[in-house]
Design a protein around this ligand. Structure first.
Ligand code: ATP
Ligand code: MG
Length: 554
């Protein structure tokens, strides 16, 4: 056995070596369109689509659209956009609702075969008879109602003659099974709601377990991969398949892998929806959201996300992955791809006393030292420049290598300057620093002074020529390391109330040419992406990730 393969690949290899025809391999990704996809789904997407690639097999995108109350075309569109953005193409776009007729007819057959019945109890009565894992359940008083009566009631339910909740169709399996899911599960219920695709055609809707396996079979999915919480459903999946499978055809096989759990975040569409509805975030694509659209807007690339889920691995047991691994993958990818630029986020003005009043210089700076083809750009230098407010201290501690009175630093790609005096306003706040510069120290000029070493190098932006920018810096959305443990009602208790800080600063003039969704490394700060809220006059950047891991210090 190939140790480099994950356990799912090993299962497939075993099936192939015991005679399964490789041309019949078929996968699917089956999202319910009741929200936007999140980082957990990336794992399932990458697993299924990469398997299809590796085994040259087909893969369907199947919308599991059986709950019209919660589902929406908006979600269908967003899911398709997100999977495409990840770089994957599906063979067929399928909908469980396309199979509603077949599923209904099979359900009628079940009743005729005395393997299903209409239960006319309330949902709480049914729940009270379920038993516990150690005690058997009780049979419904309707369990043995005549087949004809069940058929008649089911047909009336379908026509809309019955209110939701009055009757349900249950499979007749066993109320004493040790697997609680096998205790006569509900397979159809009445729902009075408009469906995005079948509109008002249906009044009865199939439940997940009945729909999922049968849809896999209809599509001839060979390996139906789902997350571990579905393991107990496997008995039911197989029981339902036994009722319909033609031995000449492929019988789908359900196998389970561990969900992706990420620290400090939630991966539940229901809970993510509550963040949107309660306006804790600006929408599903808020850059703090763990949704694919949020991560994209934050500046994560498809390559970084794929690298992350691959590094997290395909496991048989639940585990929790640290957020720092996700950020590491983003940094690695962006480091190679992004051009460098200088941006001052919280500006402090520097005036260079001995620099000629009207002089400006255009200095060449390398775009990306990691990429030889990236070339260079010209950056304007002038008598007045901005540096970061946090890069000056009037009274510095020992080993402070940034700017302080009497201390020298190099302005990156330009000159060495020395702070002479801090100017303050009437409240004692520093508003400007008077400096002098060493005219012979120009970077790249070849002079002995240009080689002179000083301990600190600062990024800077000319006051004479720049691009004003808005910078949105994000902190973790959840203070608590496992917000998934909180209920929807309590989720606000886990939230970091201070997860966004907005700065107004200045960037190199080059930035005025930047395009929406373009990413950069702002030197000494991190990776940033131009936000979709930008306009030709307003350049807004989201911070994707800092240059170094700072989770440990938080
Ligand atoms: P949610 O609780 O977020 O709604 P779900 O499982 O109900 O998740 P689906 O739309 O049904 O969402 O999921 C589609 C597929 O993605 C399923 O096969 C599911 O097992 C898988 N999936 C969902 N969440 C994760 C996760 N955190 N890690 C890996 N796979 C996941
Ligand atoms: Mg689901």
């Amino acid at each position: 056995m190939d140790k480099g393969k994950n356990f799912i690949e090993q299962i497939i290899d075993e099936d192939l070596s015991s005679g399964f025809d490789s041309s019949k391999l078929q996968f699917r990704f089956p999202p319910e369109p009741n929200g936007f996809l999140h980082i957990g789904h990336v794992k399932a997407i990458v697993l299924n689509f990469e398997l299809a690639k590796k085994y040259k097999a087909k893969i369907n995108l199947r919308f599991d659209d059986t709950n019209p109350e919660n589902e929406d075309q908006v979600y269908i569109d967003a899911i398709k956009e997100d999977i495409s953005w990840l770089g994957y193409k599906w063979d067929k776009e399928c909908y469980a609702s396309d199979y509603f007729d077949t599923l209904h007819d099979w359900a009628v057959d079940l009743i005729k075969k005395n393997k299903a019945y209409i239960d006319s109890q309330t949902s709480s009565e049914i729940a009270s008879q379920k038993g516990t894992p150690t005690e058997p359940g009780k049979e419904s008083p309707f369990r043995n109602r005549p087949i004809e009566e069940s058929l008649d009631l089911f047909s009336k339910m379908k026509k809309g003659d019955h209110e939701p909740g009055k009757h349900v169709l249950r499979a007749k399996i066993s109320m004493t099974s040790s697997n609680m899911l096998m205790r006569d599960p509900v397979i159809y219920r009445v729902v009075d709601s408009h469906h995005p695709r079948t509109k008002d055609k249906w009044k009865v809707y199939p439940m997940y377990d009945w729909t999922h396996g049968e849809s896999d079979y209809i599509e001839q999915v060979s390996h139906s991969l789902c997350t571990l919480e579905f393991k107990p459903h496997r008995d039911l999946y197989d029981w339902f398949l036994d009722l319909v499978v033609d031995p000449e055809k492929t019988r789908p096989k359900q196998r389970e892998f561990a969900r992706l759990n990420l620290s400090h975040t939630i991966t539940s569409k229901r809970k993510l929806l509550s963040l949107v509805e309660k306006s804790f975030v600006s929408g599903w694509d808020d850059p703090r959201m763990p949704t694919i659209s949020g991560l994209r807007r934050r500046g994560y690339t498809p390559e970084a996300l794929k690298k992350f889920v691959t590094a997290a691995g395909v496991a048989k047991r639940e585990n929790i992955i640290e957020m720092s691994l996700l950020e590491f993958c983003a940094r690695e990818d962006l480091n190679k791809k992004c051009n460098r630029l200088m941006v001052v986020q919280a500006p402090l003005k520097i005036t260079i006393l001995n620099y000629p009043e009207d002089q400006v210089e255009e200095l060449p700076l390398v775009n990306n030292p990691e990429n030889d083809d990236s070339g260079q750009r010209m950056v304007t230098f002038s008598k007045q420049v901005y540096i970061e407010r946090t890069d000056f201290l009037e009274d510095p501690p020992k080993k402070y290598f940034r700017l302080s009175p009497g201390n020298e630093v190099r302005l990156k790609g330009a000159y060495i300057i020395k702070a002479e005096k801090a100017i303050k306003d009437s409240n004692g706040n520093i508003i400007e620093i008077m400096c002098t510069y060493d005219p012979k120290s120009k970077s790249g000029s070849g002079s002995a002074e240009s080689q002179r070493k000083v301990k600190g190098t600062l990024h800077w932006v000319s006051c004479a020529s720049n691009t004003p920018v808005e910078i949105r810096e994000y902190d973790r959305l959840f203070e608590h390391p496992s917000p998934g443990d909180f209920s929807v009602e309590d989720l606000s208790k886990a939230i970091n109330k201070d997860s966004i800080t907005v700065f107004h600063g200045f960037g190199e003039k080059e930035l005025s040419k930047s395009k929406v969704s373009e990413s950069f490394q702002f030197q000494r700060k991190g990776y940033y992406i131009k936000d979709i809220d930008s306009t030709p006059e307003k350049h807004i950047f989201n911070k994707t990730v800092s240059l170094r891991d700072n989770w440990k210090n938080k």
